[in-house]
Design a protein around this ligand. Structure first.
Ligand code: SF4
Length: 376
Protein backbone atom coordinates (compact mmCIF):
# COMPACT_ATOMS: atom_id res chain seq x y z
CA UNK A 1 0.00 0.00 0.00
CA UNK A 2 1.56 3.30 -1.10
CA UNK A 3 0.28 5.13 1.97
CA UNK A 4 2.04 2.77 4.37
CA UNK A 5 5.30 2.74 2.38
CA UNK A 6 5.31 6.53 2.43
CA UNK A 7 4.59 6.66 6.16
CA UNK A 8 7.34 4.16 6.98
CA UNK A 9 9.86 6.12 4.92
CA UNK A 10 8.84 9.36 6.62
CA UNK A 11 8.91 7.76 10.07
CA UNK A 12 12.41 6.41 9.52
CA UNK A 13 13.50 9.92 8.52
CA UNK A 14 11.56 11.57 11.43
CA UNK A 15 9.51 13.47 8.93
CA UNK A 16 6.02 14.73 9.68
CA UNK A 17 3.26 13.06 7.66
CA UNK A 18 0.58 15.24 6.14
CA UNK A 19 -2.78 15.59 7.88
CA UNK A 20 -4.32 13.66 4.98
CA UNK A 21 -1.93 10.76 5.53
CA UNK A 22 -2.68 10.72 9.27
CA UNK A 23 -6.43 10.74 8.54
CA UNK A 24 -5.96 7.96 6.00
CA UNK A 25 -4.42 5.73 8.70
CA UNK A 26 -7.54 6.20 10.84
CA UNK A 27 -9.71 5.39 7.80
CA UNK A 28 -8.05 2.06 6.97
CA UNK A 29 -10.24 -1.02 7.09
CA UNK A 30 -10.01 -3.97 9.48
CA UNK A 31 -8.68 -6.03 6.53
CA UNK A 32 -5.68 -3.67 6.38
CA UNK A 33 -5.09 -3.60 10.13
CA UNK A 34 -2.15 -5.99 10.30
CA UNK A 35 -0.43 -4.14 7.45
CA UNK A 36 -0.87 -0.88 9.38
CA UNK A 37 0.52 -2.42 12.58
CA UNK A 38 3.47 -3.94 10.69
CA UNK A 39 4.29 -0.60 9.03
CA UNK A 40 4.13 1.44 12.25
CA UNK A 41 6.04 -1.38 13.97
CA UNK A 42 8.98 -0.79 11.62
CA UNK A 43 9.13 2.83 12.74
CA UNK A 44 8.82 1.82 16.41
CA UNK A 45 11.68 -0.69 16.09
CA UNK A 46 13.91 1.82 14.29
CA UNK A 47 13.83 4.21 17.27
CA UNK A 48 13.13 1.96 20.24
CA UNK A 49 14.02 -1.58 19.19
CA UNK A 50 11.99 -4.16 21.06
CA UNK A 51 12.25 -2.36 24.40
CA UNK A 52 9.19 -1.62 26.54
CA UNK A 53 9.50 1.00 29.23
CA UNK A 54 7.38 0.38 32.32
CA UNK A 55 5.86 3.27 34.25
CA UNK A 56 4.09 3.16 37.59
CA UNK A 57 1.40 5.51 38.83
CA UNK A 58 1.14 6.68 42.42
CA UNK A 59 -1.99 8.69 43.15
CA UNK A 60 -0.80 11.15 45.80
CA UNK A 61 -4.19 12.75 46.29
CA UNK A 62 -7.37 11.14 45.02
CA UNK A 63 -10.77 12.59 44.18
CA UNK A 64 -12.53 15.79 45.31
CA UNK A 65 -11.25 17.89 42.43
CA UNK A 66 -12.89 21.30 41.84
CA UNK A 67 -12.40 21.02 38.05
CA UNK A 68 -15.05 19.51 35.78
CA UNK A 69 -13.16 17.39 33.21
CA UNK A 70 -16.00 15.19 31.90
CA UNK A 71 -13.88 12.06 31.48
CA UNK A 72 -12.51 12.12 35.01
CA UNK A 73 -13.78 10.04 37.92
CA UNK A 74 -12.27 12.60 40.32
CA UNK A 75 -14.12 15.60 38.87
CA UNK A 76 -16.43 18.02 40.61
CA UNK A 77 -19.73 16.20 41.22
CA UNK A 78 -18.41 12.76 40.19
CA UNK A 79 -20.59 9.95 41.54
CA UNK A 80 -17.98 7.32 40.69
CA UNK A 81 -17.26 5.19 43.74
CA UNK A 82 -13.55 5.79 43.80
CA UNK A 83 -11.19 6.10 46.75
CA UNK A 84 -10.92 9.67 48.03
CA UNK A 85 -7.99 10.75 50.15
CA UNK A 86 -5.74 13.71 50.64
CA UNK A 87 -1.95 13.89 50.25
CA UNK A 88 0.01 10.71 50.95
CA UNK A 89 3.00 11.31 53.20
CA UNK A 90 6.41 11.10 51.49
CA UNK A 91 7.14 7.73 53.14
CA UNK A 92 3.74 6.32 52.09
CA UNK A 93 4.28 7.47 48.51
CA UNK A 94 7.79 6.08 48.51
CA UNK A 95 6.51 2.72 49.72
CA UNK A 96 3.88 2.70 46.99
CA UNK A 97 6.50 3.62 44.37
CA UNK A 98 8.76 0.80 45.55
CA UNK A 99 6.06 -1.73 44.60
CA UNK A 100 6.17 -0.50 41.02
CA UNK A 101 9.96 -0.37 40.88
CA UNK A 102 10.10 -3.95 42.22
CA UNK A 103 7.85 -4.95 39.32
CA UNK A 104 10.28 -3.44 36.80
CA UNK A 105 9.04 0.15 36.52
CA UNK A 106 11.67 2.60 35.39
CA UNK A 107 9.57 5.73 35.91
CA UNK A 108 7.28 6.61 38.79
CA UNK A 109 4.51 9.09 38.00
CA UNK A 110 3.32 11.09 41.00
CA UNK A 111 -0.18 12.35 40.35
CA UNK A 112 -2.44 14.59 42.39
CA UNK A 113 -6.02 15.63 41.65
CA UNK A 114 -6.77 19.33 41.58
CA UNK A 115 -6.53 22.38 39.35
CA UNK A 116 -2.88 22.86 40.20
CA UNK A 117 -0.51 22.82 43.16
CA UNK A 118 -0.08 25.53 45.78
CA UNK A 119 3.49 26.38 46.68
CA UNK A 120 2.97 24.30 49.83
CA UNK A 121 1.94 21.36 47.66
CA UNK A 122 5.11 21.76 45.62
CA UNK A 123 7.11 21.60 48.90
CA UNK A 124 5.26 18.46 49.87
CA UNK A 125 5.83 16.80 46.49
CA UNK A 126 9.48 17.88 46.52
CA UNK A 127 9.97 15.95 49.76
CA UNK A 128 8.22 12.94 48.21
CA UNK A 129 10.46 13.09 45.13
CA UNK A 130 13.55 13.22 47.36
CA UNK A 131 12.31 10.23 49.42
CA UNK A 132 11.64 8.16 46.27
CA UNK A 133 14.97 9.01 44.70
CA UNK A 134 16.82 8.18 47.89
CA UNK A 135 15.29 4.73 48.13
CA UNK A 136 15.21 3.74 44.45
CA UNK A 137 18.46 4.34 42.64
CA UNK A 138 18.12 5.28 39.00
CA UNK A 139 14.35 5.68 39.03
CA UNK A 140 12.88 8.51 36.93
CA UNK A 141 10.25 10.63 38.64
CA UNK A 142 7.51 12.46 36.75
CA UNK A 143 5.15 14.85 38.53
CA UNK A 144 1.59 15.41 37.37
CA UNK A 145 0.00 18.04 39.57
CA UNK A 146 -2.15 20.06 37.20
CA UNK A 147 -1.67 23.62 35.99
CA UNK A 148 1.63 25.15 37.09
CA UNK A 149 2.21 28.72 38.27
CA UNK A 150 5.40 30.59 37.52
CA UNK A 151 8.45 29.11 39.22
CA UNK A 152 6.86 25.81 40.25
CA UNK A 153 8.35 23.78 37.41
CA UNK A 154 11.81 25.07 38.33
CA UNK A 155 11.25 24.08 41.97
CA UNK A 156 10.18 20.58 41.01
CA UNK A 157 13.23 20.29 38.77
CA UNK A 158 15.49 21.37 41.66
CA UNK A 159 13.87 18.76 43.89
CA UNK A 160 14.95 16.07 41.42
CA UNK A 161 11.89 15.66 39.19
CA UNK A 162 12.89 14.38 35.76
CA UNK A 163 9.63 15.03 33.96
CA UNK A 164 6.26 16.74 34.15
CA UNK A 165 3.05 15.38 32.70
CA UNK A 166 0.13 17.48 31.58
CA UNK A 167 -2.05 16.11 28.81
CA UNK A 168 -3.78 18.14 26.11
CA UNK A 169 -6.35 15.33 26.05
CA UNK A 170 -8.35 16.51 23.05
CA UNK A 171 -8.28 19.02 20.21
CA UNK A 172 -8.46 22.76 20.78
CA UNK A 173 -11.78 22.78 18.90
CA UNK A 174 -13.49 20.33 21.26
CA UNK A 175 -11.74 21.22 24.51
CA UNK A 176 -14.63 23.42 25.70
CA UNK A 177 -17.06 20.49 25.34
CA UNK A 178 -14.97 18.36 27.69
CA UNK A 179 -13.97 20.87 30.36
CA UNK A 180 -15.23 24.33 31.26
CA UNK A 181 -13.16 25.20 34.34
CA UNK A 182 -9.90 25.68 32.48
CA UNK A 183 -8.89 26.08 28.85
CA UNK A 184 -6.83 24.30 26.25
CA UNK A 185 -4.49 27.32 26.31
CA UNK A 186 -3.99 26.81 30.08
CA UNK A 187 -2.86 23.26 29.37
CA UNK A 188 -0.50 24.28 26.58
CA UNK A 189 0.98 26.91 28.90
CA UNK A 190 1.81 24.33 31.58
CA UNK A 191 3.49 21.97 29.10
CA UNK A 192 5.58 24.92 27.89
CA UNK A 193 6.48 25.88 31.48
CA UNK A 194 7.69 22.31 32.14
CA UNK A 195 9.73 22.36 28.94
CA UNK A 196 11.26 25.74 29.76
CA UNK A 197 12.30 24.55 33.23
CA UNK A 198 14.29 21.69 31.71
CA UNK A 199 11.82 18.99 32.69
CA UNK A 200 11.16 16.29 30.15
CA UNK A 201 7.68 17.12 28.94
CA UNK A 202 5.07 14.38 28.85
CA UNK A 203 1.75 15.22 27.22
CA UNK A 204 -0.84 13.07 25.55
CA UNK A 205 -4.45 12.49 24.70
CA UNK A 206 -7.61 10.58 25.52
CA UNK A 207 -9.33 8.85 22.63
CA UNK A 208 -12.90 7.61 22.67
CA UNK A 209 -14.67 10.69 24.03
CA UNK A 210 -16.85 11.06 20.94
CA UNK A 211 -14.27 13.03 18.95
CA UNK A 212 -13.91 12.90 15.17
CA UNK A 213 -10.90 11.63 13.23
CA UNK A 214 -10.05 15.28 12.50
CA UNK A 215 -10.02 16.05 16.25
CA UNK A 216 -7.66 13.16 16.89
CA UNK A 217 -5.31 14.30 14.15
CA UNK A 218 -5.54 17.89 15.46
CA UNK A 219 -4.52 16.94 18.98
CA UNK A 220 -1.69 14.66 17.84
CA UNK A 221 -0.32 17.35 15.50
CA UNK A 222 -0.62 19.89 18.33
CA UNK A 223 1.33 17.54 20.58
CA UNK A 224 3.99 17.13 17.95
CA UNK A 225 4.26 20.90 17.80
CA UNK A 226 4.72 21.07 21.60
CA UNK A 227 7.41 18.43 21.23
CA UNK A 228 7.04 16.37 24.39
CA UNK A 229 9.45 13.49 24.99
CA UNK A 230 6.57 11.17 25.85
CA UNK A 231 3.00 10.97 24.59
CA UNK A 232 0.59 8.89 26.67
CA UNK A 233 -2.34 7.59 24.65
CA UNK A 234 -5.33 6.98 26.91
CA UNK A 235 -8.52 5.28 25.83
CA UNK A 236 -11.52 6.62 27.73
CA UNK A 237 -12.57 4.48 30.68
CA UNK A 238 -16.27 5.39 30.84
CA UNK A 239 -16.78 5.53 34.59
CA UNK A 240 -20.32 5.25 35.89
CA UNK A 241 -21.08 8.52 37.68
CA UNK A 242 -19.32 10.74 35.11
CA UNK A 243 -20.86 12.55 32.10
CA UNK A 244 -19.04 10.27 29.64
CA UNK A 245 -20.24 7.02 31.27
CA UNK A 246 -22.09 5.96 28.11
CA UNK A 247 -19.30 6.76 25.64
CA UNK A 248 -18.26 3.33 24.43
CA UNK A 249 -16.89 4.36 21.04
CA UNK A 250 -13.78 2.27 20.58
CA UNK A 251 -13.06 -1.16 19.18
CA UNK A 252 -9.70 -2.89 19.64
CA UNK A 253 -9.05 -2.30 15.93
CA UNK A 254 -9.81 1.42 16.20
CA UNK A 255 -7.53 1.71 19.24
CA UNK A 256 -4.70 0.11 17.24
CA UNK A 257 -5.25 2.47 14.29
CA UNK A 258 -5.08 5.45 16.68
CA UNK A 259 -1.81 4.20 18.17
CA UNK A 260 -0.37 3.63 14.69
CA UNK A 261 -1.32 7.18 13.67
CA UNK A 262 0.37 8.57 16.80
CA UNK A 263 3.50 6.55 16.04
CA UNK A 264 3.68 7.87 12.46
CA UNK A 265 3.23 11.49 13.62
CA UNK A 266 5.63 11.13 16.58
CA UNK A 267 8.07 8.50 15.29
CA UNK A 268 10.95 9.01 17.71
CA UNK A 269 8.90 9.96 20.78
CA UNK A 270 8.07 7.64 23.67
CA UNK A 271 4.53 6.62 22.81
CA UNK A 272 2.96 5.30 25.99
CA UNK A 273 0.00 2.98 26.03
CA UNK A 274 -1.92 4.37 28.99
CA UNK A 275 -5.30 4.14 30.71
CA UNK A 276 -8.02 2.02 29.16
CA UNK A 277 -5.79 -0.40 27.27
CA UNK A 278 -7.21 -3.48 29.00
CA UNK A 279 -10.78 -2.24 28.58
CA UNK A 280 -10.55 -1.34 24.89
CA UNK A 281 -7.74 -3.42 23.35
CA UNK A 282 -8.61 -6.50 25.37
CA UNK A 283 -7.07 -9.61 23.73
CA UNK A 284 -5.36 -7.46 21.08
CA UNK A 285 -3.10 -5.76 23.67
CA UNK A 286 0.07 -7.57 22.49
CA UNK A 287 -0.32 -6.04 19.00
CA UNK A 288 -0.14 -2.59 20.59
CA UNK A 289 3.42 -3.33 21.74
CA UNK A 290 4.43 -3.07 18.06
CA UNK A 291 3.27 0.56 18.16
CA UNK A 292 3.85 1.88 21.68
CA UNK A 293 7.25 1.52 23.38
CA UNK A 294 6.02 2.24 26.88
CA UNK A 295 3.15 1.11 29.10
CA UNK A 296 1.87 1.59 32.63
CA UNK A 297 2.42 -1.33 34.93
CA UNK A 298 -0.41 -2.34 37.22
CA UNK A 299 -3.21 -0.06 38.31
CA UNK A 300 -4.32 3.33 37.02
CA UNK A 301 -5.26 6.31 39.18
CA UNK A 302 -8.74 5.21 40.09
CA UNK A 303 -9.20 1.92 38.25
CA UNK A 304 -7.52 -1.44 38.20
CA UNK A 305 -5.17 -2.46 35.43
CA UNK A 306 -4.31 -6.07 34.77
CA UNK A 307 -1.88 -7.68 37.21
CA UNK A 308 1.76 -6.70 36.70
CA UNK A 309 2.69 -10.35 36.18
CA UNK A 310 0.27 -10.55 33.24
CA UNK A 311 1.94 -7.50 31.67
CA UNK A 312 5.41 -8.98 32.06
CA UNK A 313 4.23 -12.27 30.55
CA UNK A 314 2.58 -10.43 27.65
CA UNK A 315 5.77 -8.50 26.91
CA UNK A 316 7.90 -11.66 26.95
CA UNK A 317 5.39 -13.71 24.94
CA UNK A 318 5.16 -11.02 22.25
CA UNK A 319 8.96 -11.04 21.88
CA UNK A 320 9.67 -7.72 23.57
CA UNK A 321 11.89 -6.92 26.54
CA UNK A 322 11.50 -4.70 29.59
CA UNK A 323 13.77 -1.67 29.34
CA UNK A 324 16.36 -1.53 32.13
CA UNK A 325 17.49 1.53 34.09
CA UNK A 326 20.87 1.36 32.33
CA UNK A 327 19.27 2.06 28.94
CA UNK A 328 18.29 5.53 27.74
CA UNK A 329 14.71 5.44 26.54
CA UNK A 330 14.93 8.09 23.84
CA UNK A 331 17.04 7.77 20.70
CA UNK A 332 20.42 9.50 20.96
CA UNK A 333 19.47 12.57 18.93
CA UNK A 334 16.61 13.37 21.35
CA UNK A 335 18.20 12.26 24.61
CA UNK A 336 21.36 14.29 24.20
CA UNK A 337 19.83 17.68 23.65
CA UNK A 338 16.90 17.20 26.00
CA UNK A 339 13.37 18.13 25.07
CA UNK A 340 12.92 19.27 21.57
CA UNK A 341 16.32 18.55 20.19
CA UNK A 342 15.26 15.87 17.79
CA UNK A 343 11.96 17.05 16.53
CA UNK A 344 11.11 18.14 13.05
CA UNK A 345 8.11 20.12 14.15
CA UNK A 346 8.39 22.42 11.15
CA UNK A 347 6.71 21.28 9.58
CA UNK A 348 -14.05 6.86 6.05
CA UNK A 349 -14.69 4.26 7.79
CA UNK A 350 -18.34 3.27 8.67
CA UNK A 351 -19.24 4.36 12.22
CA UNK A 352 -18.70 1.59 14.72
CA UNK A 353 -20.96 1.28 17.71
CA UNK A 354 -19.30 -1.18 20.07
CA UNK A 355 -21.29 -2.71 22.87
CA UNK A 356 -20.77 -1.18 26.31
CA UNK A 357 -18.43 -3.31 28.41
CA UNK A 358 -19.07 -1.89 31.86
CA UNK A 359 -18.08 -5.28 33.30
CA UNK A 360 -14.49 -4.40 32.38
CA UNK A 361 -14.32 -1.21 34.45
CA UNK A 362 -13.12 -2.13 37.93
CA UNK A 363 -12.66 0.73 40.39
CA UNK A 364 -9.32 0.59 42.17
CA UNK A 365 -9.50 -0.49 45.80
CA UNK A 366 -5.84 -1.35 46.28
CA UNK A 367 -2.44 0.28 46.40
CA UNK A 368 -1.59 3.82 47.48
CA UNK A 369 -4.09 5.19 49.97
CA UNK A 370 -5.20 1.72 51.13
CA UNK A 371 -3.85 -1.11 53.23
CA UNK A 372 -4.09 -3.55 50.32
CA UNK A 373 -1.17 -4.49 48.12
CA UNK A 374 -1.13 -2.76 44.69
CA UNK A 375 -1.79 -4.68 41.52
CA UNK A 376 1.80 -4.43 40.32
S1 SF4 B 1 -8.41 15.52 35.10
FE1 SF4 B 1 -7.32 16.47 36.84
S2 SF4 B 1 -8.10 18.58 36.84
FE2 SF4 B 1 -9.55 17.40 35.62
S3 SF4 B 1 -11.15 16.75 37.08
FE3 SF4 B 1 -9.61 15.09 36.97
S4 SF4 B 1 -8.20 15.47 38.67
FE4 SF4 B 1 -9.36 17.38 38.29
Amino acid sequence: MDLLNTLVEKGLRRELPTREEALAVLATSDDELLDVVAAAGKVRRQWFGRRVKLNYLVNLKSGLCPEDCSYCSQRLGSKAEILKYTWLKPEEASKAAAAGVAGGAKRVCLVASGRGPTDRDVDRVSKTIEAIKEENEGVEVCACLGLLSDGQAERLRSAGADAYNHNLNTSEGTYGDITTTHTYADRVDTVQKAHAAGLSACSGLIAGMGESDEDLVDVVFALRELDPDSVPVNFLIPFEGTPLAKEWNLTPQRALRILAMVRFVCPDVEVRLAGGREVHLRTLQPLALHLANSIFLGDYLTSEGQAGKADLDMIADAGFEVEGTDTTTLPEHRAEGGCGSGSLCSSDEAPEVPAARTDLVAVRRRGAGTDLAPNA
